[in-house]
Design a protein around this ligand. Sequence first.
Ligand code: FDA
Length: 426
Amino acid sequence: MNPAPTFSAPLQYDAIIVGAGAAGLFCAAQAGQRGLKVVLIDHAEKVAEKIRISGGGRCNFTNRDLDVRAPHKHYVGQNPQFCRSALSRYTPADFIALLEQHRIPYEEKHKGQLFASRSAEDIIRMLLAECATGKVEHWQPCSVKKVSFLASNADTASAGRYEVHTDRGMVTAPNLVIATGGLSIPKIGATDFGYRVAQQFGLPLVERRPGLVPLTFDGQHWQAYAQLAGLALPVEISTGSKKERMSFHEDLLFTHRGLSGPAVLQISSYWKEGTPLQINLLPGTDMADVLQQAKAHSRKLVTNELATHMPTRLADAWTAQQPDLQRPINETSDKALTRLAEQLSRWEITPSGSEGYKKAEVTLGGVDTKALSQQTMECKSQPGLYCIGEVVDITGWLGGYNFQWAWASAFACAQAMAQAAAATKA
Ligand code: FDA
């Protein structure tokens, strides 16, 4: 990292990029390598902390199953089609090729998810090396105090340029890239900077809320399940009315305060406050039939019968709440068994809230895509101002889709800035 000199006269660049996370680092590298003079500014002590902690420290950097022709399958936002152009111009295969060029080993895990085999540090080192190749100036930690734009008809040397006042002095450029991400995990540097700059320039924002986040239940309601903390099982989880119903087949994890695991993180991006979740705790099993067959042949307690199909602790907690199930299965009424089968295949519960930004992996909402060009990420009403990565109202599913959006939107922006610079010089 650079030492922290301060400058009195404004330094001139082709592009100022604020935010040295996934999108900012990649954009800086790509723009620098296309000949632009780039300064990359971030206020955090450590570079790219989110990459470092992602994927359990191994960074799930992309997903092979991404269908670039149908981004709505894996992205959430008011207009998921917006990301189609960028995603199809910089694909998972392109990022994989970059990793291979840097000889970084990676492996595929669940459902097309690609992880660094050794550590997320490999990805950070690669991005920093790419920035070095592009001769990017990297100021970190460095706070941004103020951003302004001087109209092209202004009577000053900075006309048509952005001025960014930082604690190391002022920098100016015709291009300003907002790559400051979302609000999740404030303790490692997340701020609302991007949204504030967007508002300053009159860009519309889509309401923000935590996504890919554990869901919580009120204490009394959850008492019976709190003892199950740590227990995981595969489920089918759904939410939403018929027309907009979303379902995922993933693992569910019980926690002290509610539910987590991939199933719940995925559904949380679609869940609306006050509405229920439906969970099939035994997907692929016809429990009504299983219980009737058991009744005909077995004298085991209902809980022991259930425990042959699900974790014992869950079977015990479930039957403990219902006196008419605390007996041998052959002595249990058909009505009670039918009700049990229905409960297990359609457990309906309404979360009271979520764990919020301190645990969320992403922020839903953000800069409204209507304000941006889908080819370049440039603001339609504010030439030279670009928004990339998570600050935009595009949120991916769990599984590498968010980093792929960061790489692709950064690439589109860098390419556009370089083309615009070349056109100006010609
Ligand atoms: P990112 O958050 O990466 O970078 C923003 C940068 O802006 C930060 O460096 C921050 O310090 C800086 N900044 C903020 N405010 C500023 C200010 N006022 N002044 C200067 N700088 C400022 N995704 C995925 O695809 N695979 C995965 O495995 C994971 N795993 C994962 C785990 C956890 C725990 C979290 C929290 C998130 C993930 N994600 C993920 C999501 C992924 O990390 C996220 O979508 C991307 O990092 C977004 O990239 P950006 O560059 O847009 O923001």
